[in-house]
Design a protein around this ligand. Structure first.
Ligand SMILES: Nc1ncnc2c1ncn2[C@@H]1O[C@H](COP(=O)(O)OP(=O)(O)OP(=O)(O)O)[C@@H](O)[C@H]1O
Length: 743
C-alpha cells in the first residue's frame, strides 16, 4: 500500500509540476521537475493523487500480491513510476477532449470507450467555424444559382415568343452572371468542405492508429495485420467518402438543398402540376432505395473478393522465394484465378442491377415528362399556364430527378459510414487498452519526463538523484530519518537491482486453458548472465515475453529490485530492456536510422551510431554498402544478410544501452563465421548488464553464470555448467545429446 501511495503521490507531482530545462556540462539538455507552489499540504496531495486513480483506471487492477507461493515482502520502495494520469483535455491519447476524461474508458459505464463518436466528429468539425460558415454561405449561393436556371429558361422562351417585354440582352446578361456565380460558389463550397473533412480524417486516422498501437499484445494475436490496416484504409476510407464523395452537385447537402428548393419553387409556380413531380420524386426514391438494399450483399461480396485478391497477391509476392523453391507458381495462379472469377461474377451481377436501376429511373422520368406534356400542354392551350412556366417545369423535372437520386445515394453512404464507425469501434473498443503503455506514451509525447535520455545517462551523469528530487519541499519519499529520498528511474533500478520471477504462472490469453508456465522461480542477478535452456515448447520464449511485458503473469509476479514491475509504466520499462531475437526486425529506413531506433532522434549523434556499429562488428560491412550508413535496408531489412541484420540489431541494443538484456536464440540462425562476429559483439553487449540468454545450442550458454533448465513450464535444474553436468540430470543429457566437444 505504501508503494501505491508513493507512486500516486509522484503522479500528482508529475502532473502538477512544471517542466524545467537546464543545460549540463555536456550540453545535453536535461529536464527535471520542481515542486509547484501548491496550497495543498502533502497529505492532501497524496489523497488527491489516490483519488485520481479512479477516473483513469476504473477497471480493477490485477492484484499486486503473489497468489501462489510465498507472500510478498513489504515494499520499502524508493522508486515510483506508474501513476494515475490526471484527465487532460488536450491529451492526444487520453481524451476525446469532450469532457476531459480518459479516452479509453467510459467512467460511468465502466466499459471501453469508442474511439470514433459523432460527438468527437462534431467537435473536430466545429474547430473550423469560419470555413464552415463560408461553406454554408457558398452552398446557399450555388444551390440558388442552380435552382434559378430553369426559371430563366422559361423566361427566355417567353421572350422569344413575344410574351415577355424583357429585352433578350438583359435576360442573357443575368443568365451569364448566374453561370459565373455558380462555379465560383461551388469552388468555395468544395474547397472548404474538403479542407474541414481532410483535417477531421487526419485526426481520426491518428486516433485509430494510436488506439490500435496501445492495445495489449494479445489484441495483435487475435486480429490479422490485414484486418487492422484495413481499419485505416477501407473503414476510414468509407468515412472519408461521406464528404469527399458528397460535395459534388448531384450528392449530399447540395442534392438535399436542391430537392427542397425545387419542391418549393414548383409549388409556387403551379399547385396543379407540382404533385406530378412530387410523385416522380417519391417513385425515384423508392427505386433507388430498393436498388441500394438489393445490392448491399452483392457490394459486400464484391468488396470481400477484391480484398481476397489483394491478400492472395501480397502473400504470393512476399513469399516469392518459398513459392519459387516449391515450384508453387501454378498453385498460386490457380488460387488467384479462383479469386478473380468470384470478383468477376459479383462485378457482373452488380452491373446488371445497375443497368436495371438506370432503366427504371429513366422510365419514371419519361412517364413524368409525358404526364407533364399532356396536362401542362392542355393548360397552356387553354391559356391557364404560361409557356415559360411549362418550360421551367420541364427543367425542374431533371433537376429534381438527379437531386433525389443524390439524396438517396448519400443516405446509402451515410449507412456505410455508420457501419464503418461501428466496425472500427467494435475492433478497437472491444479489447483492452494497455493502460500502462498508453500512459507512458502520452507522457513521452508531451516530453514531460527526462525519459528521452539514454537509460545509462541517468546513472552515469549522476544527475538523477538530485534532479529528480522534488525540490522546494521535503519529499514524501523520505527515509525514516527524514532525509529527502531521491526518486529512481526504472533504468537506475535496473542497473542496481536484480530481476526475479516469483512463482510465475502463465497461460496465453487466447489459450487460457493451457498453462504454459507453472510456477517459475528464477532470479537474474544484477550484471550477470543467466541462460535458460530446455526442449522445444518448454516455455523459454514465454519467459522472454513476460520479461518484455508483452503479457502479464496470470499469477505470481516479476520484480525489479524487489518492486513489482507492474508498478512501472511500460514505456519506461521498454527503455530499461533490450531484446535481440533470432530474426531481428529492421525497419525500411537507413542503417543509421535503424541503429538509432531505440532512442529519440535528437539524442543520437553520428559518432554514437558509428561507435555502436564498431562495437557490434558492423562498421566494416556498413561502409561497404552503396551509401554506407545511409543505405536503405529494405522491408524488414531484407536487403541485408541474416548476420548483418543481427549485427545492426546488436548495434541498436548497444546504443540503447539498457541495463537488462535478453538474447533469444540470437545466434542460432547464423553460420560459423557470422556467429563468431556476432558472438564477439554480443560479448561486448552483455558486459555489465543483467542478461538472459535463451539458446538451443548449449555451446553458447556454457559460460553463463547460471543455467536454468526449463522443463514443461518449470525450472527443473539451476546451476552453472560444471555443476549441472556433474548432477547428471536433464542438462547433462542435453549436453550428451549434442555431443559437445567441451565434455
Ligand atoms: N501467442 C501464443 N498464443 C498461444 N500459445 C502460445 C503462444 N506462443 C507460444 N504458445 C505456446 O506456448 C508453449 C510454449 O512456447 P514457447 O515459445 O515459450 O516455447 P519455447 O521453449 O521457447 O520453444 P522453442 O525452443 O521451440 O522456441 C507452446 O506450447 C506454444 O504453442
Amino acid at each position: 500500500m505504501a508503494s501505491i501511495a508513493h507512486r500516486n503521490l509522484l503522479s500528482s507531482h508529475d502532473y502538477g509540476g512544471h517542466l524545467h530545462t537546464t543545460t549540463s556540462a555536456t550540453s545535453r539538455s536535461r529536464r527535471f521537475w520542481t515542486q509547484p507552489k501548491s496550497s495543498l499540504r502533502p497529505t492532501q496531495r497524496t489523497q488527491r493523487a489516490l483519488f485520481s486513480l479512479s477516473p483513469w483506471n476504473p477497471l480493477p487492477q490485477p492484484p499486486l500480491q503473489v497468489q501462489r507461493g510465498s507472500p510478498r515482502k513489504a515494499s520499502v520502495t524508493r522508486a515510483a513510476y506508474i501513476s494515475a494520469p490526471a484527465a487532460d483535455p488536450n491529451s492526444l491519447y487520453f481524451s476525446n477532449s469532450v469532457n476531459g476524461n480518459s479516452e479509453f474508458f467510459d467512467d460511468e459505464l465502466k466499459r471501453p470507450k469508442e474511439v470514433i463518436t459523432w460527438k468527437l466528429i462534431g467537435r473536430l468539425v466545429l474547430e473550423e467555424k469560419l470555413r464552415l460558415v463560408l461553406s454554408a454561405f457558398a452552398l446557399v449561393g450555388c444551390s440558388s444559382c442552380t435552382l434559378s436556371m430553369p426559371v430563366f429558361s422559361g423566361r427566355f422562351f417567353e421572350t422569344l415568343i413575344g410574351h415577355s417585354s424583357e429585352p433578350l440582352w438583359r435576360l442573357l446578361s443575368k443568365l451569364s452572371v448566374i453561370y459565373c456565380l455558380e462555379p465560383f460558389f461551388t469552388v468555395i463550397f468544395v474547397t472548404n468542405m474538403t479542407y474541414i473533412w481532410e483535417k477531421v480524417m487526419a485526426s481520426l486516422r491518428r486516433r485509430v492508429f494510436q488506439r490500435v498501437l496501445v492495445q495489449k499484445v494479445e489484441f495483435f494475436d487475435r486480429h490479422k495485420v490485414g484486418e487492422l490496416t484495413g481499419l485505416l484504409s477501407s473503414e476510414l476510407g468509407s468515412i472519408k467518402d461521406l464528404v469527399n464523395e458528397n460535395v459534388s452537385r448531384d450528392r449530399g447537402f447540395r442534392a438535399l438543398s436542391e430537392t427542397l428548393g425545387t419542391l418549393l419553387i414548383l409549388f409556387s409556380l403551379s399547385t396543379q402540376l407540382a404533385p406530378i413531380l412530387g410523385l416522380l420524386m417519391l417513385l425515384i426514391s423508392v427505386l433507388v432505395a430498393v436498388y441500394k438494399r438489393t445490392t448491399v450483399p452483392i457490394f459486400k461480396a464484391h468488396g470481400s473478393s477484391q480484398a481476397r485478391i489483394s491478400d492472395w497477391a501480397s502473400e504470393t509476392f512476399s513469399a516469392i522465394r518459398t513459392v519459387r523453391s516449391f515450384g508453387g507458381e501454378r498453385r498460386q495462379i490457380a488460387g488467384f484465378d479462383e479469386q478473380v472469377r468470384a470478383y468477376q461474377q459479383s462485378g457482373i451481377k452488380l452491373g446488371v442491377l445497375k443497368s436495371a436501376n438506370e432503366s427504371w429511373t429513366r422510365v419514371v422520368i419519361y412517364i413524368s415528362l409525358m404526364a407533364l406534356y399532356i396536362l401542362g400542354g392542355a393548360k397552356v392551350k387553354a391559356g391557364q399556364l404560361a409557356v415559360g412556366t411549362m418550360v421551367s417545369f420541364i427543367g425542374y423535372t431533371f433537376t429534381l430527378t438527379f437531386a433525389v437520386q443524390g439524396v438517396v445515394n448519400s443516405l446509402g453512404d451515410a449507412r456505410a459510414v455508420l457501419a464503418a464507425i461501428d466496425r472500427v469501434n467494435f475492433i478497437v473498443a472491444d479489447t483492452e487498452v494497455d493502460e500502462s503503455l498508453a500512459y507512458g506514451l502520452e507522457r513521452d509525447v508531451k516530453g514531460e519526463l527526462q525519459s528521452t535520455r539514454k537509460c545509462s545517462e541517468s546513472v552515469k551523469s549522476g544527475a538523477s538523484s538530485t534532479e529528480n528530487t522534488l525540490a522546494g519541499e521535503p519529499s514524501q519519499l523520505s527515509t525514516p530519518d527524514g532525509s529527502p529520498q531521491a526518486l529512481k528511474t526504472v533504468c537506475e533500478l535496473a542497473w542496481s537491482g536484480d530481476v526475479a520471477l516469483e512463482d510465475v504462472y502463465f497461460a496465453y490469453p487466447l489459450r487460457p486453458d493451457v498453462e504454459v508456465l507453472k510456477g517459475i522461480n528464477l532470479k537474474l542477478n544484477r550484471g550477470t548472465i543467466t541462460a535458460v535452456v530446455g526442449s522445444s515448447g518448454a516455455g523459454k520464449s514465454t519467459i522472454v515475453q513476460l520479461l518484455a511485458r508483452f503479457y502479464e503473469p496470470t499469477s505470481g509476479r516479476i520484480t525489479l529490485a524487489g518492486e513489482d514491475v507492474r508498478q512501472f509504466d511500460k514505456s519506461e520499462w521498454a527503455r530499461a530492456i533490450s531484446i535481440v531475437n533470432q530474426e531481428p526486425v529492421l525497419f525500411a529506413m537507413s542503417v543509421a536510422e535503424n541503429i538509432a531506433y531505440g532512442l529519440p532522434n535528437e539524442d543520437v549523434s553520428q559518432d554514437d551510431i558509428v561507435a555502436a556499429a564498431k562495437a557490434a562488428n558492423a562498421h566494416d560491412f556498413i561502409l561497404s554498402l552503396p551509401m554506407g550508413y545511409n543505405t536503405l535496408v529494405g522491408e524488414r531489412g531484407s536487403l541485408l544478410s541474416g548476420g548483418q541484420r543481427q549485427r545492426v540489431a546488436i548495434a541498436r541494443a548497444l546504443l540503447k544501452d539498457a541495463p537488462l538484456l535478453i538474447l533469444d536464440e540470437a545466434t542460432s540462425a547464423l553460420d560459423t563465421v557470422s556467429e563468431r562476429l556476432v558472438q564477439g559483439a554480443l560479448d561486448r553487449l552483455m558486459k555489465g548488464r543483467t542478461t538472459l540468454v535463451i539458446a538451443h545450442r548449449l555451446s553458447t550458454v556454457q559460460r553463463a553464470d547460471q543455467i536454468a533448465v526449463c522443463v514443461d513450464g518449470r525450472i527443473a535444474e539451476l546451476g552453472n555448467h560444471a555443476e549441472l553436468v556433474g548432477r547428471g540430470g536433464t542438462y547433462s543429457s542435453l549436453v550428451d545429446s549434442q555431443r559437445l566437444a567441451f565434455e
